[in-house]
Ligand binder design. Structure first.
Ligand code: IMP
Ligand code: MG
Length: 194
């Protein structure tokens, strides 16, 4: 297939390319890192299989791949949160749109997140989930934007640190678009498209 240099099928006209910048993480590096994270989680959770908690919708693609790289009998549940405020900036005020189905008490919970930007969403989630008495509570984030105080966020597993730019693909969207791009790409279009 002919691509435009970032692995996108430019000549098919499938993606409106003028909104999309360079590939921040190409698909082959995603696949390789997901395999590594899966191996690490397999080693760390042997004998105490984790309950993967995916944060919808962004973490869906990552969780589907990560779960298949974990060689343990994992269970999965999902929750959806929305943060008030503009589409591309987190306000820190988070609302649960869909709660978990499962009881977390005594479980080894591993939260699977797509991206940590300000960290406000994650600190809210962590407080909320910790109050449900899991045996352990850890976080696996595919992407973390550079410049963050990672230690204060206590991220057990991180896929990649990326520059603090807005990105789409591999589950991440802008106004619900680009989630199915097979790589992480910089987005340079309007920040709050309608
Ligand atoms: P935070 O609360 O600032 O850490 O924002 C976290 C949430 O905002 C993520 O779970 C995403 O849903 C969204 N988000 C933050 N940065 C990006 C980005 O670059 N692209 C797409 N979504 C993003
Ligand atoms: Mg998210």
């Amino acid at each position: 297939m002919v691509t435009d240099g970032v692995g996108l099928p430019a000549e098919t006209g499938q993606w409106p390319g003028n909104d999309l910048g360079r590939a921040v993480v190409p698909g082959d590096r995603l696949a390789e890192r997901v395999r590594e994270l899966g191996a690490e989680i397999t080693r760390d959770y042997r004998g105490r299989p984790p309950l993967l908690v995916g944060v919808l919708k962004g973490a869906m693609v990552f969780m589907a791949d990560l779960s298949r790289a974990i060689e343990l009998p994992v269970e999965m549940d999902f929750m959806a949160v929305a943060s008030y405020g503009a589409a591309t900036k987190s306000s820190g005020v988070v609302r649960i749109v869909k709660d978990l189905d499962m009881d977390l008490s005594g479980r080894h919970v591993l939260v699977v997140e797509d991206i940590v930007d300000s960290g406000l969403t994650l600190s809210y989630l962590r407080r909320n989930l910790a109050a449900r008495h899991p045996a352990t509570l850890e976080v696996c984030a595919l992407l973390v934007k550079e410049g963050l105080q990672r230690t204060s966020l206590d991220l057990r597993y991180v896929g990649f640190s990326i520059p603090p730019r807005f990105v789409v693909g591999y589950g991440l969207d802008v106004a619900e678009r680009y989630r199915n791009l097979p790589e992480i790409v910089e987005y340079s279009g309007p920040q709050d498209p309608q």
